[in-house]
Design a protein around this ligand. Structure first.
Ligand code: BGP
Length: 480
């Protein structure tokens, strides 16, 4: 059988600094918002913006992100395993706090920069193309506490300096970049995404929309800097996409679904790809009580957005959701990260995320039809509890099944005409979960011996999916 994927298709895996590096206070690193978050149930409440004040008592607590999976010291071992699977690319992020510990002042921390020099060189040694997220859910804690996070326009300058520093340092070796992880997730995770908690305004949509505007401007500045440094650089946005269905053919539900799509799936990309706010912005502001007169926005901002749109669209895809406007009693899809109602045609993961491979084909078509920009699936996967057998093997057929069905959907979308650049399943090595702060929700092809209490040898072992994915890559997506 002939592969539907191009010869240059970027197969790989994805991680984020705060979820795997550990070494949270080593070599001059400052504290990030993720470093100030406990694990377990409390964490879900925090990222959902319940009362929380960025208190952290380092002496007293060791939070899961502090240790991660010790990738900081073991990255060579991890990269060797990725190379063994045949990765063509590796998506990781740079911890802002390794480069600027407080985020607002001082010179860049050379030790932090050197860590990423080494990581990038290790990728290149194996012909693995680095794909860098400049900021992935971990802004400096100081910026959240002292400036109120992204709602403050000063953050634009701080981010610009950070982006300029890393782009200048690495762009000769790194072609693929993304400016913010899941920028559209701010309604759901204002703390992780924008540094906003209840006490500094997460509950007020005015702040969220101001923060978004500031992030859009900051992102365009990064695109400008990148393109001046390297003409063939590719700088993308990155969103969390959830295909959204109407529960039935009732036009009322169809219209509510259209609105949900605009507000959640398309608002940020409309600005970042098309370079201007969409027509439905005024209606959306009104609905969320945002006063446009009070938004700090300048003519230069709009100019910049227009001149420096992103080069491609990176997105995560884990689940779909459904809308039932006409029945307020309809069962909600409890646990589904993005809410919505239960879709009777779908099964859910142990965490309630509704599994929907066909929805990925739809997502790819919806995004491509709307923007005609290259797409990059930079996260996808099944969070599950893995069991190690007595002989040390981990038989994760459920994960293989999930990924196989999603790759088939990708192949169908490519046959539909979608321009798809690559695929980097999330958490290619087990790491700390963003929503639970725990280890037991695992995504990896590589198992890491570490439990929710922080006990374990941290030894790495290959799961069954390791060899399966290796064959997928070797056959360019034919042998599933
Ligand atoms: C995305 C984030 C990742 C990641 C993933 C899985 O929203 O970009 O950081 O963790 O989801 O989520 P979780 O770890 O909560 O299972």
């Amino acid at each position: 059988m002939q592969s539907r994927f191009s010869e240059k298709f970027l197969w790989g895996g994805a991680t984020a600094a705060n979820q795997l590096e550990g070494a949270y206070d080593r070599d001059g690193k400052g504290l990030s918002v993720a470093d100030a978050m406990p694990g377990g149930k409390q964490r879900f409440a925090i990222i959902g913006s319940e009362e929380f004040d960025w208190t952290i008592d380092q002496e007293k607590y060791i939070y899961p992100n502090h240790r991660g999976i010790d990738h900081y010291d073991r990255f060579k071992e991890d990269l060797a395993l990725f190379a063994e699977m045949g990765f063509k690319c590796y998506r990781f992020s740079i911890a802002w706090t390794r480069i600027f510990p407080n985020g607002d002042e001082g010179t860049p921390n050379e030790a932090g920069l050197e860590f990423y020099d080494q990581l990038i060189d290790e990728c290149l040694k194996y012909d693995i193309e680095p794909v860098i997220t400049i900021s992935h859910y971990e802004m400096p804690l100081h910026l959240a506490k002292e400036y109120g996070g992204w709602k403050n326009r000063k953050l634009i300058d701080f981010y610009e300096r950070f982006a300029q520093t890393v782009l200048e340092r690495y762009s000769s070796k790194v072609k693929y970049w993304m400016t913010f992880n899941e920028i559209n997730s701010a309604f759901h995770f204002p703390a992780l995404s924008q540094g906003l908690v209840k006490s500094n305004g997460a509950g007020e949509y005015q702040n969220i929309f101001q923060a978004w505007h500031n992030q859009f401007v900051a992102s365009s500045k990064a695109v400008k800097i990148g393109h001046e440094l390297r003409s063939d650089i590719q700088i993308g946005c990155m969103i969390i996409y959830a295909t959204t269905y109407s529960i039935d053919a009732n036009p009322v539900n169809q219209a509510a679904t259209m609105i949900q799509n605009q507000e959640f799936n398309f608002f940020c990309t409309d600005v970042q790809v098309r370079g201007e706010y969409p027509a439905y912005t005024a209606r959306t502001h009104k609905k969320y009580g945002v006063d446009p007169e009070k938004l700090e926005q300048t003519e230069e901002d709009f100019q910049l957005l227009k001149e420096y749109p992103v080069d491609y669209i990176g997105f995560s895809y884990y689940m779909s959701t459904a809308i039932n406007e006409t029945d307020p009693q309809a069962a909600t899809s409890e646990g589904n990260l993005l809410g919505g109602v239960k879709n009777p045609f779908l099964e859910a993961s142990e965490w309630g995320w509704q599994i929907d491979p066909e929805g990925l084909r739809i997502a790819l078509n919806e995004l491509y039809n709307r923007y005609q920009k290259p797409l990059f699936i930079v996260e996808n996967g099944l969070g599950a509890i893995d069991h190690m057998e007595e002989d040390g093997t981990i038989i994760d057929d459920y994960r293989i099944d999930y990924l196989r069905r999603h790759i088939e959907a990708m192949a169908n979308a490519v046959a539909d005409g979608v321009d798809l650049m690559g695929y980097t399943p999330w958490g290619c090595i087990d790491l700390v979960s963003a929503s639970t702060g725990e280890m037991s929700k695992r995504y990896g092809f590589i198992y890491v011996d570490l439990d929710d209490e922080g006990n374990g040898t941290l030894n790495r072992s290959k799961k069954k999916s390791f060899d399966w994915y290796k064959e997928v890559i070797a056959s360019n997506g034919v042998n599933l």
